[in-house]
Design a protein around this ligand. Structure first.
Ligand code: CUA
Length: 159
């Protein structure tokens, strides 16, 4: 089959772009800990109040020394707020929304998840330094979206 020179150049160029894009996805996923949500876990957004976990959101210390932070996002706040966790220990965040899609970004870290009604977003992060972190909603969720912020307090971990 005869293919014109310019046609061939464009085919190679677009093929090269596809390879480059796939390489970027591979590198960020493998080396910068960026990943899609870890698992598909559903929850009834209309019955969060009576849910054993999300009915009483908060921070729990687990027997193995890790920490679980259960968070509910709603227009236009997070519960609990502030979220207090210890430094130097793995914190597993479990997040959902009771109404519309919200964001849950911990500024200054690579924590950035969506809070989706009906689903649980989960990720684990260890905070090395104590301090106060800003949590922002980065999904447009309504008239006060810009004001939807929370606070994460990382306190000195116990030895
Ligand atoms: Cu919640 Cu934007």
């Amino acid at each position: 089959m005869h293919v014109e020179l310019y046609e061939r150049m464009w085919m190679w160029a677009s093929g090269g772009l596809i390879v480059a894009f796939l390489a970027v996805i591979g590198v960020t996923a493998g080396m910068q800990a960026m990943s899609p949500p870890s698992h598909i876990e559903t929850v009834d957004p209309a019955a969060l109040d009576s849910h054993p976990e999300f009915g009483n959101p908060g921070v729990t210390e687990m027997p193995d020394g890790s920490v679980k932070a259960v968070v509910v996002a709603a227009t236009f706040f997070y519960t609990p707020d502030p979220i207090e966790v210890p430094a130097g220990r793995p914190v597993t965040f479990r997040i959902t929304s009771s109404d519309v899609i919200h964001g849950f970004q911990i500024v200054g870290t690579n924590a950035n998840a969506m809070a989706i009604p009906g689903y649980v977003s989960q990720f684990t992060l260890t905070f090395d330094k104590p301090g106060e972190y800003l949590i922002t909603c980065n999904e447009y969720c309504g008239i006060m979206h810009h004001g939807m912020v929370g606070t994460l307090i990382v306190r000195e971990g116990r030895p």
